[in-house]
Design a protein around this ligand. Structure first.
Ligand SMILES: [Zn+2]
Length: 405
């Protein structure tokens, strides 16, 4: 944290739970054990009833098994407007598992430890959603000049799966918010861009032979290694190239092979090798263009393989795709977020969030939430009360900006 940031920071080491409007709401949301693999319906049902109690119109969009749902809820403006303009407060409801992690407190009972609140999801990312919900009575009391929307999604932690259905539904309904604030943990700093990420699996099928007869085989491991070397070399070119954005901690697009499996014994020319790789890219870079080049290289290797055995091949499967996003200058939601945070600093991050999906659906997004990514997914996940107080100060200014009176 630099000096300028520190000057604008609301550090208050003596924040107490009773100073926080959203403290009980955070404890309520954490108590729902919404691990991604499990249902989130109990939480969604509870929040839906709560919001409807304040006059919100709500819509659920379900997964294929109807075990999980997204909640989209709209508090209407005082003039009855529910569709035009306004802001979306967005958070995912799922959390990562606690299996095998050494927790000192019950992960699903938010527990105060000194000046920190411990519990699964207190940083990633139930506190932001809870604080937004806790301010609903205040938004309603003051009267909204534009609608306020809540977007609570499922399956973010396993690839931002749920929110895609929510966004498609919002677009289909003709709801056109001015922008979206995503409360992923940023230490309440404004994040205005994140990298995209696309991942693939590559399967190389060779031809088995005794290792004394290597010319009669097609070595799948060695072919895979040629492709891996190509990917690594491309990573070096990107590192040394001119497409750089100093706003990121790693200012260029990166490539990475994370898993490889092949071969069964040293005296057998291996028949199969499988590896998985990613391109984590600046929003301006096109991962598909790079992938096309890789595939062309792979195709150049195939004739020599098939000269030995026509059944050999190299295949690629796309595993996942998250676009990047970049506001590229000021948008109204960024101006609003600056006004609410009291800081004029902006940041960019190399990990993906739901922000890109909202952004791509004409809802310019900014990421700003309490807690730090370093504590996310950890045993004894925690957030400082000071961070929660900063989030509440943000929310209080948001009330001032969005309300008519
Ligand atoms: Zn998260």
């Amino acid at each position: 944290m630099n000096a300028r940031e520190h000057a604008g920071n609301l550090d208050n080491p003596s924040v107490r739970p009773k100073d926080l409007v959203g403290y009980d709401m955070i404890r309520t949301l954490v108590a729902f054990p919404t691990v991604s693999r499990d249902s989130n319906l109990a939480l969604i049902d509870w929040v839906q009833r709560y919001l409807e109690g304040f006059g919100a119109a709500t819509t659920l969009t379900f997964d294929d098994d109807r075990r999980k749902a997204n909640l989209f809820a709209t508090l209407p403006a005082v003039d009855g407007n529910t569709t035009h303009g306004g802001i979306v407060l967005s958070g995912h409801t799922d959390v990562v598992p606690v299996d095998g992690q050494p927790w000192n407190t019950d992960p699903f009972e938010a527990t105060l430890v000194g000046d920190r609140l411990h519990g699964r999801g207190v940083a990633d990312m139930k506190s932001f959603s809870a604080i937004g919900l806790a301010f609903v009575p205040e938004f309603v009391r003051r009267g909204l000049a534009r609608p306020l929307h809540f977007a609570l999604s499922y399956d973010e932690e396993i690839g931002c799966i749920g929110v895609r259905r929510l966004i498609a539904d919002v677009v289909a309904k003709g709801v056109t918010p001015t922008g979206c604030i995503i409360g992923e943990p940023t230490g309440m700093q404004l994040v205005v861009a994140n990298k995209g990420r696309k991942t693939w699996r590559c399967r190389v099928r060779g031809h088995e032979a005794h290792s004394s007869l290597t010319p009669q085989g097609v070595n799948a491991v060695q072919v895979a290694c040629q492709l891996v070397a190509w990917i690594a070399e491309r990573g070096r070119m990107l590192r040394d190239g001119h497409r750089q954005d100093a706003g990121y901690d790693v200012p260029f697009t990166t490539t990475h092979v994370g898993v490889i499996n092949g071969g069964t014994a040293l005296n057998i020319v291996p028949r199969d090798c499988v590896f998985e790789f990613e391109i984590r890219h600046l929003p301006i870079d096109d991962p598909d263009a790079m992938f096309s080049e890789l595939r062309a290289y792979a195709e150049s290797l195939v004739p020599a393989m098939q000269a030995v055995d026509p059944a050999t091949y190299i295949q690629f499967d796309t595993l996942s795709e998250m676009p990047g996003f970049d506001n590229e200058g000021r948008t109204p939601v960024i101006d609003l977020a600056h006004a609410c945070s009291g800081s004029d600093l902006e940041h960019k991050v190399s990990y993906g969030t739901e922000a890109a999906l909202f952004h791509g659906a004409s809802m310019p997004a900014v990421i700003c939430g309490p807690g730090h990514i370093e504590q996310a997914h950890q045993p004894d996940e925690w957030v400082r009360l000071e961070q929660l107080a900063r989030c509440e100060a943000f929310m209080r200014r948001l009330v001032d900006h969005l309300c008519a009176g």
